[in-house]
Design a binder for this molecule. Structure first.
Ligand SMILES: Cc1cc2nc3c(=O)[nH]c(=O)nc-3n(C[C@H](O)[C@H](O)[C@H](O)COP(=O)(O)O)c2cc1C
Length: 175
């Protein structure tokens, strides 16, 4: 098992505290997205939750990506990403993209239809909405990198569709 991460309040049992801290993190209300990336002839969609808008002028969105993920290599190289909002009825998609996507027929990824955005990254065709961003900066965040992207294109194909959130799934991340 991985070594527990401190600091620990004085007098606590580190194991019990670690479990409690995890449960506290998992109470954070979160979205769940598909993060599109492409570089050097490779493309990917990744199930992703650590994303947020971080500025209004310019329109900046930050995504935190683990350093050992294929997506990290593709965003770092391609300097762009898409953030696709998944319809609640499409919740099965998020399980598909917890591992690197496979190229499929007709340009699909792991059998899911995508199209290529203006920055060259894949965008989920059946997304409720999506943002496409060019990377303007990256911040080292331990085992992740926070990529800060400026929104250069977007669409809202279905404003009425409820958007999937982590709590609609049995999944969680981090903690
Ligand atoms: C619910 C859920 C949320 C996730 N959120 C993130 C995230 O915010 N950042 C991240 O780097 N990986 C996240 N992951 C992990 C990636 O989906 C997974 O590690 C993926 O296999 C790595 O991406 P890759 O295909 O680019 O190698 C999450 C996984 C799950 C199940």
């Amino acid at each position: 098992m991985a070594e527990l991460v401190g600091p620990f309040p004085p007098g606590v049992d580190p194991d019990a505290y670690d479990r409690q801290r995890r449960r506290a993190f998992w109470r954070m209300p979160s979205g769940i997205y598909l993060l599109g990336s492409a570089f050097g002839g490779r493309r990917n969609l990744m199930t992703h939750t650590w994303a947020m808008q971080v500025a209004t002028r310019p329109k900046l969105v930050a995504v935190s990506v683990r350093k050992d993920a294929l997506t990290h290599e593709l965003v770092a190289g391609g300097r762009a990403f898409s953030l696709c909002f998944v319809r609640r009825e499409d919740r099965a998609l998020v399980r598909v993209f917890t591992k690197p996507a496979a190229e499929g027929e007709g340009g699909s990824l792991s059998g899911v239809p995508v199209r290529t955005g203006s920055t060259g990254v894949p965008v989920l065709v059946q997304a409720a909405a999506w943002l496409e961003c060019e990377v303007r900066g990256d911040v080292d965040a331990g085992d992740h990198t926070l990529f800060v992207g400026e929104v250069v294109d977007c669409s809202v194909p279905d404003e009425s569709a409820p958007v999937l959130r982590v709590e609609d799934t049995r999944l969680n991340y981090g903690g």
